[in-house]
Design a protein around this ligand. Structure first.
Ligand code: GLU
Length: 447
């Protein structure tokens, strides 16, 4: 396999799908050498098969807004790869959603889910619906209209959606309610991220952020550093940023920045518990502005319009918002300010140029598919609880999450150790995830 040849062929076919091509290139560049040591992969054309989704559903979603006007959106579900288990992955509601975005996310999800050690394939879905400024009633009507189409293609043992950007507990509630009504199936295992009293797993809301901090902590420990007292800048203020801020603070780090599409809030003394709680209010307001924090806590948080979290001096940068949110220029700014670690919490949060800058500077860097896998891993734990009609305690779930994040870290070390002893987490995560999916595909024949 030659990455350049595969990429040329894919670019010809999918030239306009930039995010998808970026995600595929990153994985193929990491695995090229190992792949070529396995002639059985080459013979079975594993790479040519693994980069294509099993299938993509596209559907129209029609709903009525509060003014009585009819609105039309597009809905999608990308069932990417089921070699390891049922399709599993979130739904993203965001105005920029395209098939390219969901293909990149489904591709990443396939390897991430493989890393969790749980039997889950990869999928992703969503809509170009923009939750910003929508009322609760509009959100509910949209979710119901979306599920009216999607329900036939999902199920607890076929495809299990969850949340992602723009889809949290409230949306999962409306989606699940409609699914039950349509399918007349009351096994609660068809979506994850559900409410605690109706099949949700304790700690699922916190899990992505908590898992990311457990992983970051291990990256630091392996490099002989301690997270206590370190400053952290994180982007976003949604569910993932919230969990990350909570656990980072609990571990003794100081979160000095959060950001939004409108700008950054600098929090020189570190975020406090009441500010962390207020992040939830900010998200559910659907206003999508971080300046709300500075309005609420004027003597603790200082807002600058149009600036990113990466303009604030910090030891550790944690992108928690959207793909490609950290550019090569941002990386240079962080490095100039002394940042020595970046763990991607968002999916593909860093542009390839940014990763290149970090690796060139020799700072610690870990990719999203390893760092943020605690979210989907806890979804996997929710599926297990649902299937066996039990619920575990917070301690039980947390212990399992810890164990899974450690095992992901171990896999990264196994495949990513450089000759000088340092760890290339990008290579480690990509090779470990790929080997599992590729081997499963090989063992299941040419299908
Ligand atoms: N959207 C999350 C992710 O990117 C979670 C998916 C899930 O829980 O299925 O991994």
């Amino acid at each position: 396999m030659k990455v350049s040849e595969i990429m040329t062929a894919l670019e010809k076919k999918y030239g306009h799908e930039q995010e998808y091509l970026q995600a595929v290139r990153e994985v193929l560049e990491s695995i090229e050498e190992v792949y070529n040591q396995h002639p059985e992969f080459e013979k079975a054309k594993i790479v040519e098969r693994i980069v294509e989704p099993d299938r993509i559903f596209t559907f129209r979603v029609v709903w009525v807004d509060d003014k009585g006007e009819v609105q039309t959106n597009l809905g999608y579900r990308v069932q990417f790869n089921a070699a390891i288990g049922p399709y599993k992955g979130g739904l993203r509601f965001h105005k920029a959603v395209t098939p390219s975005m969901l293909k990149f996310l489904g591709f990443e999800q396939t390897f991430k889910n493989a890393l969790t050690t749980l039997p889950m394939g990869g999928g992703k879905g969503g809509s170009d619906f923009d939750p910003k400024g929508k009322s609760d009633a509009e959100i509910m009507r949209f979710c119901q209209a979306f599920m009216l189409e999607l329900w036939r293609n999902i199920g607890p043992d076929t495809d299990v959606p969850a949340g992602d950007v723009g889809v949290g507990g409230r949306e999962i509630g409306y989606l699940t309610g409609m699914y039950k009504k349509l399918a007349r199936e009351y096994n609660t295992g068809v979506l994850t991220g559900k409410g605690m009293t109706w099949g949700g797993s304790i700690l699922r809301p916190e899990a992505t952020g908590y898992g990311a901090l457990y992983f970051t902590n291990q990256v630091l420990k392996t490099a002989g550093k301690d997270i206590k007292g370190k400053t952290i800048a994180l982007s976003g203020f949604g569910n993932v940023a919230w969990g990350a801020a909570k656990k980072a603070t609990e571990l003794g780090a100081k979160v000095v920045a959060i950001s939004g599409p409108d700008g950054v809030c600098h929090i020189p003394d570190g975020i406090t518990q009441d500010m962390i709680d207020y992040m939830l209010v900010m998200r559910s307001s659907n206003r999508d502005i971080v300046s709300m924090m500075a309005d609420k806590f004027p003597d603790k948080a200082f807002f600058t319009a149009g600036k990113k979290a990466w303009s604030i001096k910090c030891d550790i940068a944690l992108p928690c918002a959207f793909q490609n949110e950290l550019t090569g220029e941002d990386a240079k700014e962080l490095l100039a300010n002394g940042t020595w670690c970046c763990c991607e919490v968002s999916n593909m949060g860093c542009r390839p140029e940014a990763i290149h800058e970090f690796q060139k500077a020799g700072i610690l860097f870990a990719p999203g598919k390893a760092v943020n896998a605690g979210g989907v891993a806890t979804s996997g734990l929710e599926m297990t609880q649902n299937a066996s009609h039990i619920s575990w305690t917070a301690e039980e779930v947390d212990a399992k999450l810890h164990h899974i994040m450690s095992s992901i870290h171990e896999q990264c070390v196994k495949y990513g150790r450089r000759p000088d002893g340092t760890i290339d987490y990008v290579k480690g995560a990509n090779i470990a995830g790929f080997m599992k999916v590729a081997t499963a595909m090989l063992e299941q024949g040419t299908i």
